[in-house]
Design a protein around this ligand. Structure first.
Ligand code: ZN
Ligand code: ZN
Length: 274
C-alpha cells in the first residue's frame, strides 16, 4: 500500500494527464463535429436539420460549462481506475498480440453491448419523477441539443455515467486498445446523437441490416419530447420495452428525404408537404 505522500505524488503526476485526455476527447469530438457541420454545404445541413428551433448561444454556453464539470468527474473516475489497476483490482493489459485479436474483439463487443444496457436502464431510472430533478434535469435543458451537449450532465448523472467502466472492469479484464476504442466509439456516437442534424444515410432507420443501430433522429426525439428513446447505441431495449417513439422511422425518413417533409399550418397542426 503506498504511503499518503506517495499517493499525493502519484495523483499530482497522473491526474493532470488523465484530465487532459478526457478534456481533449470531449473538445475534439464535439468541436470536430461542429466544424464538420460548418464545412459541409449549408443546404444539406438545413435540409437534414431535425428541429425548426435553433439552439441559442446561451444553450451552447450552458452545455459546454456542464460538460467541463463532467470532464473533471470522468477524470477523477479515470484516476480511480488507475489506482484499481495499480492495486491489482482491475486488469488492463498493455499491447495486443495477434493471438489475442479474437478475444479482444469479443471483449469490445461485450463492453459496448453491456454499456448500452447500463445506459438504457440508468437513463430510464433517471427519468423517474423522484430522480429526474437531481440527476437528469440539466441534460434535458437542451431541448434542441448541439454536439456540445454530449457531457452536459448534473454531477450525479456524471457519476452514474462514469462508474460503468470500473464496474465492468471488476468482472472483465480488457486490453488497453479495447478500452481506447470503446471510449472513442462512445464519444463519437454521443456527439452524433446530439448533432441536431441527421448524419446517417437515407434508409438507415428502416433498414433490416442497419436499423438496429441508433441514429441522430433517435436521440433528438428524446430531447424534443422528453420521453421515448432511452437507448444509446442500439434500438434493442427501446423496442423490447415499448419505449421507442412511434414515429421514429418516419421522422428519420423525413429528415433524410426518404419521406415528405412536414409543413406547419395555421393552428399549429402539421401536414405533409407534397
Ligand atoms: Zn433523458
Ligand atoms: Zn442527450
Amino acid at each position: 500500500m503506498p504511503c499518503l505522500t506517495g499517493l499525493v505524488a502519484d495523483f499530482m503526476s497522473s491526474f493532470p494527464k488523465i484530465l487532459a485526455i478526457d478534456a481533449a476527447r470531449y473538445a475534439i469530438a464535439a468541436g470536430g463535429l461542429v466544424l464538420v457541420l460548418r464545412l459541409v454545404p449549408a443546404g444539406w445541413v438545413a435540409a437534414r436539420r431535425l428541429q425548426s428551433r435553433l439552439a441559442s448561444r446561451a444553450d451552447r454556453a450552458r452545455e459546454i460549462g456542464y460538460s467541463l464539470l463532467t470532464v473533471v468527474i470522468f477524470a477523477l473516475n479515470g484516476y480511480g481506475v488507475h489506482l484499481g489497476v495499480q492495486s491489482g483490482l482491475f486488469t488492463i493489459w498493455p499491447g495486443l498480440p495477434t493471438s489475442e485479436l479474437v478475444q479482444a474483439a469479443a471483449t469490445l463487443a461485450l463492453i459496448v453491448v453491456a454499456h448500452d444496457a447500463y445506459f438504457y436502464w440508468t437513463h430510464r431510472a433517471m427519468h423517474h419523477p423522484r430522480l429526474f430533478r437531481f440527476f437528469h434535469r440539466t441534460h434535458h435543458r437542451s431541448h434542441t441539443p448541439t454536439p456540445w451537449a454530449a457531457y452536459a450532465f448534473d454531477w450525479p448523472e456524471a457519476v452514474v455515467q462514469a462508474v460503468f467502466l470500473p464496474l465492468f472492469l471488476l468482472f472483465v479484464p480488457v486490453h488497453a486498445l479495447v478500452l481506447f476504442v470503446f471510449l472513442l466509439h462512445m464519444i463519437v456516437r454521443n456527439v452524433m446523437g446530439h448533432a441536431g442534424v441527421e448524419l446517417h444515410a437515407r434508409g438507415w432507420a428502416g433498414s433490416r441490416w442497419l436499423g438496429w443501430m441508433n441514429t441522430t433522429t433517435h436521440h433528438d426525439l428524446h430531447h424534443a419530447t422528453g420521453r421515448w428513446n432511452y437507448g444509446f447505441y442500439f434500438r434493442w431495449w427501446d423496442r423490447l420495452m415499448g419505449t421507442e417513439h412511434p414515429d421514429y422511422v418516419r421522422t428519420f425518413d423525413r429528415a433524410t428525404g426518404g419521406a415528405p417533409k412536414m409543413m406547419e399550418v395555421r393552428d399549429g397542426t402539421q401536414i405533409e408537404k407534397a
